[in-house]
Design a protein around this ligand. Structure first.
Ligand SMILES: Nc1ncnc2c1ncn2[C@@H]1O[C@H](COP(=O)(O)OP(=O)(O)OP(=O)(O)O)[C@@H](O)[C@H]1O
Length: 263
């Protein structure tokens, strides 16, 4: 790795209710790098992401265990200025009748719609329309978000993150609850953004979500990183069977992976 990493961890422990829910010996993510975190329910993936986004603090160490661009004490604002997050949890919060353009413009304020009494500038609206166009959903701009399909809302939430030009986009289980059409478009959005130079950090249970541009895979199980390396070495039947604890077979075609149970 050349240059200063975007994010590094050394001897990091997160403890909740007296239990270590994640321990990381060493990890570094380079600027612009794409990565997928794969692991079973409760493994510690979201905790890992929340360390990155400064929503979770590790146990104190004399030598700061987490650094963001070399800074041992980055603020939430430092991280938010360059990292966007799209998650199914955020999706659950979309429960108001608002035009899509307001949802996307709200990304500038970090809110799901536009805050009361806020007059949004023309520049923000232009940026929001551009973000929708980047994802191929410009035609949804004036629709009531509550009338969209689950897959369309998920893409609107990606567009909402794009309004502040993130350098890194975290996709936390982005395809959960989507039908094949929704999955297709969300994976296509990840593909487009990665090809445009945005670093993609993906959290998933399924190799199918891992777009070809992601080469590095982190396997997380029982609060620890059990493997960190190129996907061609880790996305195979043996590693997946060990990771999820049931017999699984992995196939690859044109850089895309698929996984099924063997019985
Ligand atoms: N505040 C908390 N108090 C106690 N336990 C917690 C707390 N937060 C998380 N945990 C536990 O820590 C473990 C790791 O949680 P985490 O959400 O990071 O897992 P995950 O890999 O993202 O799981 P999933 O795939 O189900 O989303 C889980 O067993 C969870 O129950």
């Amino acid at each position: 790795m050349t240059g200063q990493p975007l994010f590094e961890m050394h001897d990091v422990s997160v403890v909740r209710a007296g239990r270590t829910i994640l321990h990381v010996d060493d990890f570094a993510l380079a600027e612009g790098e794409h990565i997928a975190l794969l692991g079973p329910n409760g493994a510690g993936k979201s905790t890992f992401i929340q360390l990155f986004t400064r929503e979770v603090m590790p146990l104190h160490r004399d030598n700061p265990p987490v650094r963001f661009r070399g800074n041992p004490r980055p603020t939430l604002a430092d991280v938010k200025s360059c990292v966007g997050v799209v998650s199914a949890t955020m999706h659950d919060q979309v429960r108001v009748h608002l035009p899509v353009i307001d949802i996307v413009s709200g990304g500038v304020f970090g809110t799901l719609g536009l805050p009361r009494h806020v007059q949004v500038s023309d520049a923000v609206i232009v940026k929001a329309r551009e973000s929708l166009a980047r994802l191929g959903i410009a035609d949804l701009s004036d629709r009531d978000v509550m009338t969209l399909s689950t897959g369309q809302v998920r893409r609107v939430l990606v567009a909402r993150e794009l309004v502040h030009d993130p350098e890194v986009l975290v996709f936390d289980e982005p395809c959960t609850g989507l039908d094949p059409e929704g999955m297709y478009h969300v994976r296509d959005a990840m593909r487009t953004l990665a090809s445009e130079g945005c670093s993609v950090v993906l959290v998933t249970h399924y190799p199918e979500d891992i777009i070809p541009a992601i080469d590095r895979v982190l396997l997380i199980k029982e609060a620890a990183i059990i493997a960190d390396g190129p996907k061609k070495e880790l996305l195979n039947s043996q590693e997946m069977t060990n990771l999820f604890g049931v017999p699984l077979a992995v196939d690859e075609a044109d850089g895309w992976y698929s996984m099924r149970g063997t019985y």
